[in-house]
Design a protein around this ligand. Structure first.
Ligand code: NAD
Ligand code: UDP
Length: 316
């Protein structure tokens, strides 16, 4: 079972499970996911889409793996209905863990670098407990994910549920929605359409961007590892870039003449973000392989196809 399986990351997880010959139940309410992300899987006999909201129910199905990815991930999207976002993380997690308790399934939780908030420790190691506002506009996401981690470890201690918790850092790639609102998709879409690239604040804030194929490889290494590897384990690319650097790279690679303009910085926007992936490397022999330039090339091409645009200067 993959909750959030019609989303950006979830659809890549479904692809890999179907390629392995598994029976896949994709549970999604399609609020930020898209039918187009899974259209190619609909003809696979092993693939079933179940339209459901994880805050309401989860289908009572005999499963051996539960991949918990349901939750909008982009700030504008998760802040649109913050109460629902918080309940998606908390109730969605509880339902996954209850089903796992019943079936004996292993549970993968897509947690996030947002559990570190606006970090005072850099790069972020798993032992860092974070600097998170419990009352700001990002709290519905950050605190929901923190509570979901808590549920995972309480179900493990109390009921012996087998868990794998990944803390995912900013990830990008084909199948992100062009309307998603995250920085990589915004910059690429605006550059391709010749519209201004909006930098929030002075653009000196940093993020570390991981290409989706690398991340999903890390997911499967963690989920399929033997031994007591509950996590949490950071998964992300340690290459760190300012938003100004990202904007210039996207302009160069798209050959766009879009202007870059400055917009207000959102409340509680983290100033820096970079994973320490020492644990993932030691335990899972995992390291990202795709550079930002290579990953952007593939992402720009996919957006060009989606936006029905003529290919431009993505060969750089
Ligand atoms: P996404 O928005 O593309 O996918 C989320 C999916 O969950 C969508 O298909 C959406 O329709 C579905 N969903 C949301 N609420 C639901 C609900 N209540 N019931 C059923 N389905 C629901 O986002 P994504 O980037 O694919 O992220 C997937 C997961 O990974 C999320 O849990 C997110 O928090 C986590 N994550 C992602 C990143 C990243 O950079 N992409 C970083 C950290 C964590
Ligand atoms: N950002 C930006 N322009 C945009 C979208 C985002 O400058 O069009 C900034 C945002 O303020 C943040 C960074 O880019 O500092 C990453 O934003 P995103 O929403 O992708 O991820 P998150 O803030 O959740 O890490």
């Amino acid at each position: 079972m993959v909750t959030g399986g019609a989303g950006f990351l979830g659809s890549h997880v479904c692809d890999r499970l179907i390629a392995e010959g598994k029976q896949v139940y994709c549970v999604d309410n399609l609020m930020s996911g898209r039918r187009a992300n899974i259209a190619h899987l609909r003809s696979s006999p092993g693939f079933t889409l179940i339209e459901a909201d994880v805050t309401d129910s989860l289908p009572d199905i005999e499963v051996d793996e539960i991949w918990s990815l349901a939750c909008p991930a982009s700030p504008p999207c998760y802040q649109r209905d913050p109460v629902h976002t918080l309940m998606t993380s908390v109730m969605g997690m509880k339902r996954c863990l209850d089903l796992a308790r019943k079936t004996g399934a292993r549970v993968f939780q897509a947690s996030t670098s947002e559990v570190y908030g606006d970090p005072e420790v850099h790069p972020q190691v798993e032992s860092y407990r974070g600097y998170v506002s419990s009352v700001g506009p990002r709290a519905c996401y950050d605190e929901g994910k923190r509570a979901a981690e808590t549920l995972c470890f309480d179900y493990q201690r109390s009921y012996g549920v087998d868990i794998r918790v990944a803390r995912i850092f900013n990830t990008y790639g084909p199948r992100m929605s062009p309307h998603d609102g995250r920085v990589v998709s915004n910059f690429i879409v605006h550059a391709l359409l010749g519209e201004p690239l909006e930098i929030y604040g002075n653009g000196a804030q940093t993020r570390s961007f991981c290409f989706v194929d690398d991340l999903v490889d890390g997911f499967f290494r963690l989920m399929r590892s033997s031994g007591n590897l509950a996590g949490p384990v950071n998964l992300g690319n340690p290459g760190e870039f300012t938003m100004q650097e990202l904007a210039q790279l996207v302009l160069e690679m798209t050959g766009s003449n879009s202007p870059v303009i400055s917009c207000p910085l959102p409340v509680d926007d983290p100033r820096q973000r970079c994973p320490d992936i020492g644990l993932a490397t030691a335990l899972l022999d995992w390291k990202p392989k795709v550079s930002l330039r290579e990953g952007l090339r593939a992402t720009i091409e996919s957006f060009q196809n989606e936006l029905w645009l003529e290919p431009r200067a993505v060969e750089h």
